[in-house]
Design a protein around this ligand. Structure first.
Ligand code: SF4
Length: 113
């Protein structure tokens, strides 16, 4: 907001705009449009079972998050709390069979091509 004389408001003093104080547990989502508590963020793991070659590499990278079923990978749980191991698994899968999305928006988080 401009003052009557057209000048921008001072950084300090009356009329100065300050960003609202944020709770340290509040984070921006990857998309950046909404703020939500870190505990509320969920990722969705998808595996293209036709593309999966059954190497088992992701079971070690995303420890406890993936399993083999009939020779192909499946997520143990499709909706998870953020986990760097899952991101690494999606980035390193030789078949690019794993996709990690932000559950609320559907935005692809990994792999980034
Ligand atoms: S790393 Fe990729 S190809 Fe290998 S089992 Fe996991 S999803 Fe399948």
């Amino acid at each position: 907001m401009r003052r009557e004389d057209g000048a921008a408001p001072a950084e300090d003093g009356p009329g100065a705009r300050r960003p609202p104080l944020r709770d340290s547990a509040t984070v921006k989502t990857v998309k950046g449009n909404e703020e939500m508590d870190q505990d509320q963020v969920r990722w969705r793991i998808e595996v293209d079972r036709l593309a999966c070659a059954g190497t088992g590499l992701c079971l070690g990278t995303a420890h406890g998050r993936m399993r083999l079923d009939a020779g192909r990978a499946r997520p143990v749980d499709e909706l998870i709390t953020p986990d760097d191991g899952v991101m690494d698994a999606a980035e390193t899968c030789p078949m690019e069979a794993i996709t990690v999305r932000e559950a609320a928006t559907g935005e692809i988080l990994a792999p980034l091509r």
